[in-house]
Structure formats: structure tokens, C-alpha cells
Design a protein. Structure first.
Length: 427
């Protein structure tokens, strides 16, 4: 897959978590996310946050954008900069928005044609298939005034944060869905919606972001149906800095069930999800992943196999979610990893000044190896490594030296055009 790069041309690897505050809105919006979140993530070796922002908070009334909300977003970006965490801004929606008791698209931008909606409190995802919710997506995609409103919202947000050093890019909409036609199965409907409605939407939003920000990456999502190993119908996004950003969820595990290795879900997902980036030559960053119940018997195997798979084809991932408690939370109330979540904390090369030949980690041996061809004299010469908590020894061969180590990171300086091997060994 093509590489994700930074402003200095270095090859990036993203490892991190989603930051979500769905409970607070209005005056208290984003109040659950504190500086501690960014500090603790970085301390455990993660360099990326996918920050959930809500259109209903940003634009509570048509054309009236909340300056207070934008300042709260900037405050979190400031914390991210302080701890050297890159941020992807995600315009999040669940079940469309507040018109259906959730968050996302404002009620004033929700049109249902009077179709019914019945809540499903024990199975929230099934609410996507309620007629009113499906029709609301159709209007969002097809009504010109709503198209303009959504794109304009993104232009306002990008214009406000475009110069912030923590901002890596923008995710136009979380897990977009749509309206099934009579007689369509879910996979067929998803491919049509992705092709005919979501692709044009991504292009509209990308155009508005580019009007104010020439450098940020655009992280485009298919429907969440790809999580079941269904290739996307998403088409080309006409932008030079596009990242394909699918989610990596399995229905059984989402319901609290265990991982079933015999079902070959990871293998099927990988085969399906790599088709789009291979066709359109874009990098991949998985925007969400992680099961609900991490302590079941097969979960240790799941995390090991998932991490190996993600390492084969992606430029990184942001897990769901960084919080302090149970369920999906990465850590408990004391800040210690929940069961098996520690397996996501591996050594990796955050930024490689050159062309990566190979990168691998053997968790049993505690050895990480990176081989790369260093950039020429005009390129950056410094490669950055992230190391999880613990005692690590870092060596470099082939015309490179370890400049320094500090707080779970190491910096390697290479001779231009040299063939470099860096090894990190757990003590």
C-alpha cells in the first residue's frame, strides 16, 4: 500500500485511540476529555487520537456556528500538541443524530418524510434500519441544501483548525449508512450507497476542506458493512491526500461474544478491505476496532492475530476507545490496561526518514526490527521510534546512530541513502 507521510516526507505509522464524549453537549460538550487522556495515551506509546466532534454541537442552528465549541476542540488540540499526539477530527454520527436520540447530524438537518422510527435500546445498531433513519440519510445525500450545509460545516471547522500543529486530517462522517431498496440484500445496498451517494459526499466535503487546508489528509469511510468482509463500492475520491479508513468490527464480538478463529473473519476482512487501497493507491488507517468483552478465552489470540493483520496492510489504527472503566475502555480506573489490551502496545516506527523495506515485532521474543533505505541528502534524516513502557535497548546498523532515548521514544540519525537496520530489544 502507499505510505502515509508527514510534512517532511517521512513514512508515518499511527497507533492510538478514539477520544469520545457522547454524553455531554452544549455548554458541557467535550468536558469528559481532559489533559490526562492525552498524557496517558502518549505515556503508553500511542501517537494518535481520533477525536469525535459533533455537527449538532458545532452548528446547533442553521448557519450559527458555536465559537465556544470550537474553542473546546482547540483546547484538546493544544493538549495533543503538548504530548506530541497527532489528531484526526471525526465528524461522528450514531443512528444519524439527535432526532433519533443519538448524536451527529442536527435535528434541523433531519428529514424523514414522516416515516416511523422505533427505538431498539438493546440493539442500537438495528436502529439504522428504521425507515425514518434510512430516509434521513437519503435526504442528507441527495438534498442540495443539506449537501451545502454539511460541506460548509466542514469548511468552517477546517478553517478554524487548519494551522494547528496537532491536526493530521479529517474524517468527513463516521460509519455512513443509507436507505435499502425493496428486494436488496445488505451487501448489495451497501455497495450501491457507497458508490452513488457516499463517494460524491466525500468529494464535496474534500473540496470544501481543500479550499482552506491544502495539507491535511482526508480519511474516507465506507459503510460499516465492510466489517463483515464485504468489499466496498466506494469510488475514487479526487484528492491527492486520501486515506481509506474502514472500521474493523465483527457482529458476534460486538454483541459480547468470543473470537472464533475457525470462522476466518480476520483473513476474510483483510482480503476484502485491501481491494480499495490497491485499486486507488491510497494508504489505509483503520479508524475503529476492538471487541466489547476482552477477557473471553480466545481474546488473547484475537489481539495477537489482529495486530499482525493490521501490520501487514495498514499505516496504523485508532482503537475504540481511550477511557477509564469497563466495556470498550482501553484502561481501567487506575490507568492499567484492561485484559489483553496491553497487546496493542508494541514498538513501532512513528516516522521513518526513508523507504521502509520491512518492519516486524516478535512479541514472544520482545524484539522489534526495522529495515529501511535512508532518504537522500535533501530528505529528512531522523527516524522516530515509539517504545511501550519497559526497559528497551535500541541499536542501529548500516550508517546510523541512535541520537537519544527519552520517555519511551528513540531517535535515529542515518547517513543519506544508507541501508539501515534498527533493532529494539526488551530487557
Amino acid at each position: 500500500m502507499p505510505a502515509l507521510t508527514d510534512s517532511r516526507g517521512r513514512v508515518l505509522t499511527l497507533r492510538g485511540w478514539n477520544l469520545a464524549d457522547k454524553s455531554h453537549r452544549g455548554d458541557t460538550a467535550l468536558s469528559a476529555i481532559t489533559e490526562k487522556y492525552l498524557r496517558d495515551m502518549r505515556a503508553k506509546g500511542y501517537n494518535t487520537a481520533r477525536l469525535l466532534v459533533f455537527w449538532d454541537d458545532l452548528e446547533p442552528r442553521p448557519g450559527q456556528y458555536s465559537q465556544a465549541y470550537l474553542r473546546k476542540v482547540e483546547r484538546i488540540l493544544d493538549w495533543a500538541e503538548k504530548y506530541d499526539v497527532k489528531v484526526i477530527l471525526d465528524a461522528h454520527q450514531d443512528v444519524f443524530g439527535p432526532a433519533f436520540g443519538s448524536r451527529g447530524v442536527p435535528a434541523w438537518a433531519t428529514r424523514t418524510d414522516g416515516l416511523p422510527f422505533t427505538p431498539h435500546p438493546d440493539d442500537w445498531f438495528s436502529e439504522y434500519f428504521e425507515p425514518a433513519v434510512q430516509r434521513a440519510f437519503t435526504h442528507l445525500y441527495e438534498d442540495e441544501d443539506l449537501q451545502r450545509a454539511q460541506a460548509r460545516m466542514w469548511r468552517v471547522l477546517a478553517d478554524r483548525v487548519k494551522d494547528h500543529p496537532a491536526v493530521l486530517g479529517y474524517d468527513p462522517i463516521n460509519e455512513p449508512m443509507g436507505e435499502l431498496r425493496e428486494g436488496e440484500d445488505l451487501a448489495t445496498a451497501a455497495r450501491r450507497i457507497e458508490r452513488d451517494q457516499i463517494t460524491p459526499m466525500h468529494n464535496r466535503i474534500a473540496d470544501q476542506i481543500r479550499a482552506v487546508d491544502k495539507d491535511g489528509w482526508i480519511f474516507v469511510e465506507p459503510t460499516p458493512i465492510v466489517g463483515e468482509g464485504v468489499p466496498t463500492g466506494l469510488g475514487r475520491i479526487d484528492d491527492p491526500k486520501v486515506v481509506y479508513s474502514p472500521h474493523f468490527y465483527n457482529g458476534t464480538m460486538e454483541a459480547g461474544g468470543d473470537y472464533d478463529p475457525s470462522a476466518r473473519w480476520i483473513e476474510n476482512y483483510e482480503a476484502a478491505v485491501t481491494q480499495y487501497p490497491e485499486t486507488y493507491k491510497v494508504p489505509v488507517v483503520v479508524g475503529e476496532w476492538g471487541p466489547l468483552n476482552n477477557s473471553l478465552p480466545n481474546m488473547n489470540r484475537f489481539y495477537r492475530e489482529a495486530m499482525a493483520s493490521l501490520g501487514r496492510y495498514s499505516s496504523g489504527w485508532t482503537g475504540w476507545e481511550w477511557c477509564y472503566g469497563g466495556g470498550y475502555c482501553a484502561v481501567d480506573g487506575t490507568g492499567a490496561f484492561r485484559p489483553n489490551k496491553e497487546l496493542t502496545a508494541e514498538p513501532y516506527a512513528e516516522a521513518v526518514a526513508g523507504t521502509v523495506r520491512s518492519a516486524s515485532y516478535d512479541p514472544a521474543a520482545g524484539v522489534y526490527r526495522l529495515s529501511y533505505d535512508a532518504a537522500g541528502r535533501r530528505g529528512s534524516r531522523v527516524t522516530e521510534l515509539s517504545l511501550p513502557p519497559g526497559d528497551w535497548r535500541v541499536t542501529a546498523r548500516g550508517g546510523a546512530l541512535v541520537l537519544r532515548r527519552d520517555r519511551g521514544r528513540a531517535w535515529v540519525l542515518a547517513t543519506p541513502n544508507a541501508r539501515i537496520t534498527v533493532t529494539a530489544t526488551r530487557g
